[in-house]
Ligand binder design. Structure first.
Ligand code: CAA
Length: 276
């Protein structure tokens, strides 16, 4: 149904079909201004592959214009167990790629692979949308980074965030390090990453990793409540405000003041024009 609607609007359906997504272990649904991306391989704890990331990038590229809020969630007991560990074998995951094929490659071509994978995460930060990760159970490695790619995290009280990469001889490379440092500070990010320990619900809320912690059974309702709040504000003002907030840490007060003025001038002009 959502598929048919999206096709009519010239959305993602031209880019990637529901059947193709199902094979990769993803679902994508659009209901008016709300899009939901569901990692849907619960039997493998929603482990992610190269195919997952390229499908996420294609969903982002074809996101219908009317969408204002994107919810990212996982089917089953855990949000995501991170990269599918079979990706590190020569055989890989049938039909979904392998990093094993990177053996013998130049570093530059491995970087290209990583660059492609990162595109699956970057679009979730666009100013035109607000993304919410609804996280229950484990969010490990790439799963933690997918949650970090979202603007907000609403979590169940059984959540366990773990940046496992350094324990596996890797670095977190799916765009997670910057938001992690910005959310919790350098010392806490160092602690979390270099110990690869679990961060549970109470700590996640206390250090700013999660906006809200709820009982597992209340997660969907809590997310729906946040979506309704987000949709209650003006679409253009929300996008302009997100641009200001995203740019704030890279600007001086003087530059930020000027940026606020420039955005507000556009908003006021639009409001006055609408009245005349
Ligand atoms: N890759 C492939 N298969 C996985 C998987 C993964 N990351 N995580 C879980 N599975 C599979 C298990 O092998 C098992 O499959 P079978 O039933 O066929 O044996 C099934 O999913 C269920 O797993 P568990 O019984 O272990 O489930 P659990 O709920 O008891 O535990 C878990 C969940 C704590 C997440 C545990 O599965 C686990 O530790 N998984 C591995 C996590 C991991 O190391 N991920 C890599 C992170 S690093 C990363 O992501 C790197 C990067 O981006 C570059």
């Amino acid at each position: 149904m959502a598929d048919a609607k999206a096709r009519q609007r010239g959305g993602y359906a031209e880019e990637i079909s529901a059947e193709e997504l199902a094979e990769i272990g993803l679902r994508f649904e659009v209901d008016g201004e709300i899009a939901t991306v569901t990692l849907n391989r619960p039997e493998k704890r929603n482990a992610q592959t190269l195919a997952t990331w390229s499908a996420l990038a294609r969903i982002g590229a074809g996101l219908p214009e009317q969408v204002r809020v994107v919810v990212v969630k996982g089917e089953g007991p855990s949000f995501s167990a991170g990269i599918d560990l079979r990706m590190f074998t020569k055989e890989g995951v049938p039909g979904q790629g392998s990093f094993g094929s990177a053996s013998g490659r130049e570093e530059s071509s491995i970087m290209e692979l990583v660059d492609q994978a990162q595109q699956g995460f970057l679009w979730l930060r666009r100013p035109e949308i607000v993304s919410i990760a609804a996280v229950r159970g484990h969010a490990v490695g790439a799963g933690f980074q997918l949650a970090l790619a979202c603007d907000l995290r609403i979590v169940a009280d059984d959540v366990k965030f773990c940046m496992k990469e350094p324990a596996l001889g890797l670095v977190p490379d799916l765009t997670g390090t910057k938001p992690l440092v910005e959310l919790v500070g350098l010392a806490k990010a160092t602690d979390i990453c270099l110990t690869a320990r679990n961060v549970e619900a109470e700590e996640a809320f206390r250090i700013g990793l999660a906006e809200q912690v709820v009982a597992g059974g209340d997660l969907d309702e809590a997310v729906a409540g946040k979506v309704a709040q987000l949709l209650s504000t003006n679409r253009e003002a929300a996008a302009a405000t997100k641009r200001l907030l995203q740019g704030a840490s890279g600007r001086t007060l003087e530059e930020q003041r000027a940026a606020e003025g420039a955005e507000q001038a556009k908003r006021l002009k639009a409001l006055f024009d609408a009245q005349s």
